[in-house]
Design a protein around this ligand. Structure first.
Ligand SMILES: Cc1cc2nc3c(=O)[nH]c(=O)nc-3n(C[C@H](O)[C@H](O)[C@H](O)COP(=O)(O)OP(=O)(O)OC[C@H]3O[C@@H](n4cnc5c(N)ncnc54)[C@H](O)[C@@H]3O)c2cc1C
Length: 534
């Protein structure tokens, strides 16, 4: 058996989550290897909407413009319809702004709203794009046609047996292994981690159509989702990023029936080609643990949602960005034992919360408006239920790491599970976006390490906290944000921000025990240890 070169982090799976993790680790200077059992990136349609938080993350990773230019035209509206066919009559029309309109709104406000709007991009476009970016990083190796077969860990690392297609098995030695290997994760299964919740809820067929004339001919208006009010199947049609490809979802009896349903749903004679049909299963599941020792799971390996609400890949991207800086910090030597332990403590509650939110969004479709007995009732129910799918910015960007061991938590705070987004600097929350006086975004000023924000006109000597950080070995920059408006938004003079932009600590004066704050933030002390010490 060949012994391959060592790597710091071995990532199993080159789906969107594994590639995002590799991208962030790569820019942090960590050597990693991504192995993918398939020969090519995904070819079939799956996810199509990166949410606002994912787009903020892609902005931080420096790829937001590439994602937007590969995705749906930024002037295209994102409206949702309940209609009898794409020819009408329309029962409910919910308008949602194009990316450019949403960006104009973001530019005009400075109240802590998100920095980036959503982006429609088909997963079959996003994955090759991420792959090409990751392949350009000098410290990341990407190997397709290479399957993770088995692994074992010891005190110093993980030894993985991998199988290149057509070649002999090899061994890769890594300090850490992350399973981003999807719903049937080899890593999760071999660790004996069970999925909890509801599995195999229902099966649907999805077909991909090429219908180049459709977009310009829809008389009811262009949008993103068209729910067809046609019992008993109630199919729905989703635009893909080219505006020439469309997916249809329905519980059809056969592949052929999908073409019939598509033709009927159009409500007008148009030429089209059915390119593919595949079946997919709806699940609401979350792993009981997110890893063991030097091995972690992320993305669909850790949670499976019903895609209604778009909380699948987007939740996985959140996992990747939580885990990457913790891995990098531990490998660099300043990350304490609590840092990697906090990955499960922070992300599993978000996994459970997002599984629940996607279940509620899907229930509205299957048990809400579809069972209405009149068109009027269907319209009023749709108007309520569909908003649980398309108006959940609070779920997407408002998550907070409550009870995290590496956050100086405060009791109370706004509801972290609110459907609507409530900007807050409560410890554990993502720092709300703020436009600085020169119109740059504060998020863009925050580097790869920690940032101590000194907000508003007050002047504080923060040298003891800076010295305490220096003693931990963790990178910390101090940044003054003198604007009063920022002080009003963040409600505190001093805020300590993590590398992933979540708030660790906030106060109106420097801490009495700066070593404790630095120790908690870097995972070098546990919060329980500190509480006991005080
Ligand atoms: C119809 C549909 C619509 C969706 N819409 C949305 C949406 O709008 N928004 C959203 O956020 N999510 C959506 N999702 C969910 C989204 O597609 C998934 O959450 C996403 O693909 C998860 O990414 P991942 O990288 O964790 O896993 P995957 O995309 O499953 O990638 C895992 C990779 O690991 C590889 N692999 C598996 N085992 C091994 C092994 N042993 N060795 C090496 N490689 C291995 C696989 O080949 C695969 O490439 C949708 C899903 C479906 C089915």
């Amino acid at each position: 058996m060949n012994i391959s070169a060592d790597t710091q982090v071995l990532i199993a799976g080159a789906g969107p989550v594994g590639l995002t993790l590799a991208l962030d680790l790569g820019r942090r200077g960590i050597r990693c290897t991504v192995i993918e059992r398939n020969a090519t990136s995904l070819q079939l349609p799956k996810m199509e909407r990166c949410n606002a938080r994912t787009m903020e993350i892609y902005r931080r990773l420096g790829i937001v413009d590439q994602v937007r230019s590969a995705g749906l035209d930024n002037d295209a509206p994102m409206d949702v319809y309940l209609t009898e066919s794409l020819h009408g009559p329309v029962i409910v029309h919910l308008p949602y702004p194009s990316v450019n309109a949403a960006k104009a709104e973001i530019a005009a406000r400075n109240d802590g709203y998100v920095l980036e709007p959503y982006q429609l991009i088909s997963q079959y476009t996003l994955e090759p794009l991420l792959r090409s970016i990751v392949e350009g990083l000098p410290n990341v190796t990407v190997r397709f046609s290479c399957e993770l077969v088995e692994f074992e860990q010891d005190g110093d690392g993980v030894t993985a047996r991998v199988r290149p297609s057509g070649g002999a098995d090899e061994t890769i030695r890594a300090t850490y292994l992350v399973g981003c290997d999807g719903g049937s994760s080899t890593v999760r299964k071999q660790l004996g981690i069970r999925l909890q919740g509801e599995g195999r809820i229902r099966r649907l067929r999805q077909a991909l159509f090429y219908c180049p004339e459709l977009y310009d001919k829809i008389p009811i208006g262009t949008g993103r989702h068209y729910h067809i009010a046609e019992p008993p199947l109630f199919p729905f049609i989703i635009i893909q990023d080219s505006k020439k490809h469309w997916t249809l979802h329905a519980s059809a009896e056969s592949d052929e029936q999908m073409a019939v349903i598509f033709r009927e749903s159009l409500g007008m004679p148009l030429e089209f080609t059915m390119l593919s049909v595949n079946e997919w299963t709806q699940n609401l599941l979350c792993a009981e643990r997110y890893g063991e020792g030097r091995i972690f799971i992320a993305g669909d390996a850790a949670h499976l949602v019903i895609p209604t609400g778009g909380l699948g890949m987007n939740t996985g991207v959140g996992d990747a960005i939580d885990l990457s800086w913790k891995l990098a910090a531990t490998l660099r030597g300043w990350g304490g034992a609590e840092l990697l332990a906090s990955y499960e403590k922070e992300r599993r509650p978000i996994g459970l919360r997002n599984v629940k939110a996607s279940g509620e969004a899907a229930r509205g479709r299957f048990e809400g408006w579809r069972i209405a007995t009149t068109r009027e009732e269907m319209a009023s129910r749709f108007d309520v239920e569909q908003r649980k799918v398309t108006e959940i910015l609070g779920i997407e960007a408002g998550y907070r790491y409550v009870d995290s061991p590496i956050v100086c938590g405060e009791p109370g705070g706004p509801d972290p599970d609110s459907q609507g987004y409530i900007p807050t600097s409560w410890p554990g929350a993502r720092l709300p976006h703020f436009w600085l006086a020169d119109r740059t975004a504060l998020h863009d000023k925050l580097g790869l390490g920690y940032t101590l924000l000194r907000v508003g006109p007050g002047r504080h000597d923060t040298s003891t906290l800076e010295a305490a950080f220096k003693a931990t070995g963790a990178p910390l920059d101090a940044l003054d944000v003198p604007q009063l408006q920022a002080r009003e938004l963040y409600e505190h003079d001093l805020l300590l921000i993590r590398p992933d932009l979540h708030v660790v600590w906030r106060a109106n004066r420097p801490p009495d025990d700066p070593g404790a704050i630095a120790g908690i933030a870097t995972g070098q002390y546990s919060t329980s240890f500190i509480t006991g010490r005080r």
